[in-house]
Design a protein around this ligand. Structure first.
Ligand SMILES: [Cu+2]
Length: 368
Protein backbone atom coordinates (compact mmCIF):
# COMPACT_ATOMS: atom_id res chain seq x y z
CA UNK A 1 0.00 0.00 0.00
CA UNK A 2 1.28 3.47 -0.80
CA UNK A 3 1.54 5.94 2.00
CA UNK A 4 2.09 9.64 1.85
CA UNK A 5 4.29 11.53 4.23
CA UNK A 6 3.12 15.01 4.85
CA UNK A 7 5.56 16.20 7.45
CA UNK A 8 8.80 17.15 5.78
CA UNK A 9 10.68 16.89 8.97
CA UNK A 10 12.82 14.89 11.31
CA UNK A 11 13.26 15.44 14.96
CA UNK A 12 16.37 14.69 16.86
CA UNK A 13 14.78 12.03 18.96
CA UNK A 14 16.16 9.12 17.06
CA UNK A 15 14.47 6.29 15.34
CA UNK A 16 11.37 6.56 17.49
CA UNK A 17 10.46 9.72 15.65
CA UNK A 18 10.70 7.94 12.37
CA UNK A 19 8.01 5.50 13.30
CA UNK A 20 5.81 8.19 14.68
CA UNK A 21 6.14 10.52 11.72
CA UNK A 22 5.22 7.64 9.51
CA UNK A 23 2.18 6.65 11.45
CA UNK A 24 0.94 10.18 11.99
CA UNK A 25 1.20 10.71 8.25
CA UNK A 26 -0.57 7.47 7.53
CA UNK A 27 -3.50 8.55 9.62
CA UNK A 28 -3.91 11.77 7.68
CA UNK A 29 -6.04 12.26 4.63
CA UNK A 30 -3.92 11.26 1.63
CA UNK A 31 -5.91 13.50 -0.68
CA UNK A 32 -5.01 16.51 1.38
CA UNK A 33 -1.31 15.85 1.25
CA UNK A 34 -0.63 13.98 -1.95
CA UNK A 35 1.68 15.81 -4.26
CA UNK A 36 1.99 13.75 -7.37
CA UNK A 37 2.18 10.08 -8.16
CA UNK A 38 4.57 8.23 -5.96
CA UNK A 39 6.67 6.05 -8.20
CA UNK A 40 7.14 3.62 -9.52
CA UNK A 41 3.74 2.79 -10.88
CA UNK A 42 3.20 -0.32 -12.95
CA UNK A 43 2.56 0.19 -16.65
CA UNK A 44 -0.92 -0.52 -18.01
CA UNK A 45 -0.67 -3.64 -20.13
CA UNK A 46 -3.24 -4.58 -22.75
CA UNK A 47 -3.33 -7.51 -25.16
CA UNK A 48 -3.09 -7.11 -28.93
CA UNK A 49 -3.22 -9.82 -31.59
CA UNK A 50 -4.22 -12.49 -29.14
CA UNK A 51 -1.07 -12.77 -27.06
CA UNK A 52 1.07 -9.65 -27.47
CA UNK A 53 1.41 -7.73 -24.21
CA UNK A 54 1.20 -4.08 -25.22
CA UNK A 55 2.17 -0.84 -23.50
CA UNK A 56 1.82 2.76 -24.69
CA UNK A 57 4.46 5.29 -23.67
CA UNK A 58 4.41 8.99 -24.42
CA UNK A 59 7.64 10.93 -23.91
CA UNK A 60 7.07 14.52 -22.85
CA UNK A 61 8.11 17.32 -20.55
CA UNK A 62 5.97 17.95 -17.49
CA UNK A 63 6.09 19.31 -13.97
CA UNK A 64 7.10 17.12 -11.04
CA UNK A 65 7.39 17.69 -7.32
CA UNK A 66 10.15 15.80 -5.57
CA UNK A 67 8.95 16.68 -2.11
CA UNK A 68 5.85 18.23 -0.60
CA UNK A 69 7.58 21.43 0.46
CA UNK A 70 9.26 22.14 -2.87
CA UNK A 71 7.92 23.85 -5.96
CA UNK A 72 7.32 21.55 -8.96
CA UNK A 73 10.07 21.65 -11.58
CA UNK A 74 10.15 20.64 -15.22
CA UNK A 75 11.22 17.07 -15.87
CA UNK A 76 11.18 14.80 -18.92
CA UNK A 77 9.72 11.33 -18.80
CA UNK A 78 7.20 8.73 -19.86
CA UNK A 79 3.46 9.00 -19.23
CA UNK A 80 4.12 11.90 -16.88
CA UNK A 81 5.71 9.69 -14.25
CA UNK A 82 9.09 9.72 -12.54
CA UNK A 83 10.41 7.11 -12.95
CA UNK A 84 8.51 5.93 -16.02
CA UNK A 85 5.89 3.21 -15.56
CA UNK A 86 7.45 -0.05 -14.41
CA UNK A 87 7.37 -2.69 -17.11
CA UNK A 88 6.70 -6.13 -15.65
CA UNK A 89 6.54 -9.11 -17.97
CA UNK A 90 7.19 -12.83 -17.82
CA UNK A 91 10.02 -14.70 -19.48
CA UNK A 92 8.97 -15.63 -23.01
CA UNK A 93 6.24 -13.00 -23.31
CA UNK A 94 5.74 -11.29 -26.65
CA UNK A 95 5.72 -7.56 -26.00
CA UNK A 96 4.98 -4.46 -28.00
CA UNK A 97 5.78 -0.99 -26.72
CA UNK A 98 4.55 2.08 -28.57
CA UNK A 99 6.66 5.16 -27.94
CA UNK A 100 5.13 8.45 -28.99
CA UNK A 101 7.55 11.36 -28.93
CA UNK A 102 6.02 14.60 -27.70
CA UNK A 103 9.37 16.17 -26.90
CA UNK A 104 10.78 18.88 -29.13
CA UNK A 105 13.79 16.73 -29.96
CA UNK A 106 14.50 13.21 -31.24
CA UNK A 107 14.56 10.27 -28.87
CA UNK A 108 14.78 6.45 -28.66
CA UNK A 109 14.37 3.83 -25.93
CA UNK A 110 16.93 1.24 -24.85
CA UNK A 111 16.06 -1.96 -22.95
CA UNK A 112 19.06 -2.03 -20.66
CA UNK A 113 20.28 -5.51 -19.78
CA UNK A 114 17.74 -7.33 -21.92
CA UNK A 115 19.06 -9.26 -24.89
CA UNK A 116 16.78 -8.22 -27.74
CA UNK A 117 17.25 -8.15 -31.52
CA UNK A 118 19.72 -5.51 -32.63
CA UNK A 119 17.04 -3.51 -34.44
CA UNK A 120 15.16 -3.20 -31.14
CA UNK A 121 18.15 -2.14 -29.01
CA UNK A 122 17.14 1.47 -29.24
CA UNK A 123 20.40 3.28 -29.91
CA UNK A 124 19.50 6.33 -31.96
CA UNK A 125 21.33 6.71 -35.28
CA UNK A 126 22.96 3.29 -34.86
CA UNK A 127 20.33 0.59 -34.53
CA UNK A 128 17.32 2.67 -35.54
CA UNK A 129 16.41 6.06 -36.96
CA UNK A 130 15.72 8.70 -34.32
CA UNK A 131 12.06 9.02 -33.36
CA UNK A 132 11.35 12.59 -34.37
CA UNK A 133 8.95 14.92 -32.53
CA UNK A 134 5.38 13.88 -33.20
CA UNK A 135 6.38 10.39 -34.39
CA UNK A 136 5.59 7.02 -32.85
CA UNK A 137 7.93 4.04 -32.96
CA UNK A 138 6.88 0.49 -32.12
CA UNK A 139 9.31 -1.73 -30.23
CA UNK A 140 8.48 -5.40 -30.44
CA UNK A 141 10.43 -8.36 -29.10
CA UNK A 142 10.18 -11.54 -27.08
CA UNK A 143 11.24 -11.35 -23.45
CA UNK A 144 14.35 -13.49 -22.99
CA UNK A 145 14.18 -16.41 -20.60
CA UNK A 146 16.10 -14.59 -17.91
CA UNK A 147 13.94 -13.53 -14.99
CA UNK A 148 15.44 -10.59 -13.19
CA UNK A 149 15.73 -6.87 -12.68
CA UNK A 150 16.54 -4.60 -15.59
CA UNK A 151 15.84 -1.02 -16.66
CA UNK A 152 15.00 1.11 -19.64
CA UNK A 153 16.22 4.55 -20.60
CA UNK A 154 16.35 7.02 -23.46
CA UNK A 155 19.36 6.62 -25.72
CA UNK A 156 19.68 9.95 -27.49
CA UNK A 157 21.04 13.11 -25.94
CA UNK A 158 21.55 10.79 -23.00
CA UNK A 159 22.86 13.22 -20.45
CA UNK A 160 19.86 15.48 -20.79
CA UNK A 161 17.16 12.90 -21.50
CA UNK A 162 18.24 10.43 -18.80
CA UNK A 163 19.28 13.24 -16.49
CA UNK A 164 15.82 14.77 -16.69
CA UNK A 165 13.99 11.53 -15.95
CA UNK A 166 13.55 9.40 -19.08
CA UNK A 167 14.19 6.15 -17.24
CA UNK A 168 12.28 3.29 -15.64
CA UNK A 169 12.38 -0.24 -14.18
CA UNK A 170 11.95 -3.38 -16.26
CA UNK A 171 11.13 -6.52 -14.28
CA UNK A 172 11.07 -10.00 -15.80
CA UNK A 173 9.27 -12.64 -13.79
CA UNK A 174 9.62 -16.39 -14.31
CA UNK A 175 7.49 -17.91 -17.05
CA UNK A 176 5.12 -19.54 -14.57
CA UNK A 177 4.92 -16.36 -12.50
CA UNK A 178 6.12 -18.32 -9.51
CA UNK A 179 8.51 -16.05 -7.75
CA UNK A 180 6.73 -15.54 -4.50
CA UNK A 181 9.13 -16.84 -1.93
CA UNK A 182 9.59 -13.37 -0.45
CA UNK A 183 7.11 -11.68 1.84
CA UNK A 184 7.65 -8.37 0.05
CA UNK A 185 9.20 -7.34 -3.25
CA UNK A 186 10.42 -3.74 -3.54
CA UNK A 187 11.98 -1.65 -6.27
CA UNK A 188 14.59 0.83 -5.01
CA UNK A 189 15.00 2.96 -8.10
CA UNK A 190 17.90 5.40 -7.84
CA UNK A 191 18.35 8.38 -10.10
CA UNK A 192 19.14 12.06 -9.98
CA UNK A 193 17.39 15.00 -11.57
CA UNK A 194 18.58 18.61 -11.26
CA UNK A 195 20.55 17.92 -8.10
CA UNK A 196 17.76 15.99 -6.42
CA UNK A 197 18.79 12.51 -5.28
CA UNK A 198 15.76 10.33 -5.75
CA UNK A 199 14.40 6.97 -4.72
CA UNK A 200 11.42 6.01 -6.84
CA UNK A 201 11.17 9.55 -8.13
CA UNK A 202 10.90 11.18 -4.72
CA UNK A 203 13.16 12.73 -2.18
CA UNK A 204 13.10 11.85 1.47
CA UNK A 205 10.85 12.20 3.45
CA UNK A 206 8.46 11.66 0.56
CA UNK A 207 9.99 8.24 -0.12
CA UNK A 208 7.56 5.43 0.61
CA UNK A 209 8.70 3.51 3.69
CA UNK A 210 8.91 -0.26 3.81
CA UNK A 211 6.53 -1.51 6.46
CA UNK A 212 7.72 -4.89 7.69
CA UNK A 213 7.11 -7.37 10.44
CA UNK A 214 9.62 -9.34 12.45
CA UNK A 215 10.66 -12.45 10.55
CA UNK A 216 9.70 -11.22 7.09
CA UNK A 217 12.09 -11.87 4.26
CA UNK A 218 12.03 -9.14 1.66
CA UNK A 219 13.58 -8.75 -1.78
CA UNK A 220 14.77 -5.32 -2.83
CA UNK A 221 15.66 -4.69 -6.45
CA UNK A 222 18.17 -1.84 -6.41
CA UNK A 223 18.45 -0.08 -9.76
CA UNK A 224 20.88 2.77 -10.41
CA UNK A 225 20.13 4.69 -13.58
CA UNK A 226 21.56 8.02 -12.55
CA UNK A 227 23.86 9.41 -15.22
CA UNK A 228 26.86 10.03 -12.98
CA UNK A 229 26.70 8.78 -9.45
CA UNK A 230 27.58 5.59 -7.60
CA UNK A 231 25.42 4.86 -4.60
CA UNK A 232 26.61 2.77 -1.64
CA UNK A 233 23.26 1.86 -0.12
CA UNK A 234 23.73 1.21 3.58
CA UNK A 235 21.13 -0.51 5.73
CA UNK A 236 21.29 0.04 9.47
CA UNK A 237 20.92 -2.98 11.71
CA UNK A 238 20.61 -5.62 8.99
CA UNK A 239 22.71 -7.51 6.49
CA UNK A 240 21.62 -8.03 2.93
CA UNK A 241 22.43 -10.98 0.72
CA UNK A 242 23.04 -10.33 -2.95
CA UNK A 243 20.84 -12.69 -4.92
CA UNK A 244 21.16 -11.22 -8.41
CA UNK A 245 23.34 -8.81 -10.34
CA UNK A 246 22.26 -7.33 -13.68
CA UNK A 247 19.28 -9.67 -13.71
CA UNK A 248 21.42 -12.77 -13.26
CA UNK A 249 20.68 -15.08 -10.36
CA UNK A 250 23.69 -15.49 -8.08
CA UNK A 251 21.85 -16.65 -4.99
CA UNK A 252 23.71 -19.97 -4.97
CA UNK A 253 27.06 -18.53 -5.94
CA UNK A 254 29.99 -18.85 -3.57
CA UNK A 255 30.83 -15.26 -4.38
CA UNK A 256 27.42 -13.89 -3.53
CA UNK A 257 28.10 -11.27 -0.94
CA UNK A 258 26.47 -10.62 2.38
CA UNK A 259 26.98 -7.03 3.41
CA UNK A 260 25.26 -4.00 4.79
CA UNK A 261 26.49 -1.51 2.23
CA UNK A 262 25.72 -2.40 -1.38
CA UNK A 263 27.55 -0.33 -3.96
CA UNK A 264 25.47 0.13 -7.10
CA UNK A 265 27.13 1.68 -10.14
CA UNK A 266 25.30 3.63 -12.84
CA UNK A 267 23.68 1.09 -15.14
CA UNK A 268 23.75 -1.74 -12.58
CA UNK A 269 20.95 -3.61 -10.91
CA UNK A 270 21.51 -5.59 -7.73
CA UNK A 271 18.80 -7.65 -6.06
CA UNK A 272 19.20 -8.33 -2.38
CA UNK A 273 17.29 -10.46 0.10
CA UNK A 274 16.97 -9.34 3.70
CA UNK A 275 15.73 -11.24 6.70
CA UNK A 276 13.97 -8.75 8.91
CA UNK A 277 15.54 -9.80 12.17
CA UNK A 278 16.81 -6.47 13.46
CA UNK A 279 17.24 -6.17 17.20
CA UNK A 280 14.39 -4.46 18.94
CA UNK A 281 12.21 -3.86 15.91
CA UNK A 282 11.62 -0.10 15.72
CA UNK A 283 12.61 1.89 12.67
CA UNK A 284 15.81 1.66 10.63
CA UNK A 285 17.05 3.68 7.74
CA UNK A 286 18.45 2.42 4.46
CA UNK A 287 20.32 5.22 2.77
CA UNK A 288 23.03 6.19 0.36
CA UNK A 289 26.27 6.71 2.24
CA UNK A 290 27.53 9.47 -0.02
CA UNK A 291 26.44 12.08 2.44
CA UNK A 292 25.76 14.74 -0.18
CA UNK A 293 23.20 12.30 -1.58
CA UNK A 294 21.16 12.45 1.60
CA UNK A 295 20.74 16.16 1.44
CA UNK A 296 18.34 18.32 -0.46
CA UNK A 297 19.57 20.46 -3.34
CA UNK A 298 19.98 23.30 -0.87
CA UNK A 299 22.90 21.39 0.66
CA UNK A 300 21.27 21.31 4.04
CA UNK A 301 20.70 18.63 6.60
CA UNK A 302 24.03 17.01 7.20
CA UNK A 303 22.53 15.35 10.24
CA UNK A 304 20.67 12.21 9.25
CA UNK A 305 18.42 12.53 12.26
CA UNK A 306 17.13 15.70 10.66
CA UNK A 307 17.65 14.65 7.09
CA UNK A 308 16.04 16.91 4.62
CA UNK A 309 16.13 15.16 1.31
CA UNK A 310 17.93 12.60 -0.75
CA UNK A 311 18.18 8.86 -0.90
CA UNK A 312 16.74 7.48 2.32
CA UNK A 313 14.21 4.69 2.75
CA UNK A 314 12.74 4.28 6.23
CA UNK A 315 12.17 0.63 7.14
CA UNK A 316 9.67 0.35 9.95
CA UNK A 317 8.66 -2.68 11.99
CA UNK A 318 4.97 -2.06 12.20
CA UNK A 319 4.70 -4.68 14.95
CA UNK A 320 6.95 -2.73 17.30
CA UNK A 321 5.75 -3.14 20.89
CA UNK A 322 6.14 0.53 21.87
CA UNK A 323 4.42 2.02 18.87
CA UNK A 324 1.77 3.88 20.89
CA UNK A 325 4.32 5.62 23.10
CA UNK A 326 6.30 6.59 20.06
CA UNK A 327 3.29 8.18 18.42
CA UNK A 328 2.43 10.08 21.59
CA UNK A 329 5.96 11.38 21.97
CA UNK A 330 6.15 12.62 18.44
CA UNK A 331 2.74 14.17 18.44
CA UNK A 332 3.70 16.18 21.51
CA UNK A 333 7.02 17.18 20.01
CA UNK A 334 5.43 18.30 16.77
CA UNK A 335 2.85 20.32 18.66
CA UNK A 336 5.50 22.12 20.69
CA UNK A 337 7.55 22.93 17.62
CA UNK A 338 4.56 24.33 15.81
CA UNK A 339 4.21 26.88 18.55
CA UNK A 340 7.69 28.18 17.84
CA UNK A 341 6.39 29.61 14.58
CA UNK A 342 9.27 28.46 12.43
CA UNK A 343 9.10 29.56 8.85
CA UNK A 344 10.58 27.89 5.79
CA UNK A 345 13.88 29.23 4.60
CA UNK A 346 14.88 30.80 7.88
CA UNK A 347 17.90 28.57 8.30
CA UNK A 348 21.35 29.53 7.03
CA UNK A 349 23.41 26.57 8.26
CA UNK A 350 24.82 28.69 11.07
CA UNK A 351 23.71 26.23 13.69
CA UNK A 352 21.81 23.11 14.43
CA UNK A 353 18.64 24.95 15.30
CA UNK A 354 18.73 26.88 12.06
CA UNK A 355 19.14 23.68 10.16
CA UNK A 356 16.27 22.09 11.98
CA UNK A 357 14.14 25.10 11.20
CA UNK A 358 14.71 24.49 7.54
CA UNK A 359 13.94 20.83 7.80
CA UNK A 360 10.64 21.70 9.36
CA UNK A 361 9.63 23.76 6.35
CA UNK A 362 6.10 23.15 5.22
CA UNK A 363 5.06 21.66 8.47
CA UNK A 364 5.34 24.22 11.25
CA UNK A 365 3.56 27.11 9.60
CA UNK A 366 2.32 28.01 6.16
CA UNK A 367 4.88 29.47 3.81
CA UNK A 368 5.13 33.26 4.13
CU1 LIG B 1 24.33 8.11 -3.53
Amino acid sequence: MKRTWIFGSWLTIGTAALVAVLLVACQSDPAASATQNFGPKEADVTIEDGDVKTVHFTASKFMWQFRDDQEPVEVWGYNQQIPGPTLRFRAGDKVRIYLRNELDEATTLHWHGLVVPNSMDGVGLLTQPPIMPGETFVYEFDIPNTPGTFMFHAHMNDMEQMGNGMVGAFIVEPRDGGDGKYDQDHIMFLNTIKGHFLINGKEFPNVDPYLVRKGDEIRVRIINVGPNDFHPMHFHGHFTKEIARDGTDISNSATARTENTVLVAPGQTIDVAVKMDGPGKGAWIWHCHVISHVMGPDGKSLNLAMANGGMIVPVVYEDSENIDEIISALTAAVASLKEVGIRPGSGDLSGAMEDMNSSMAGMATPAP
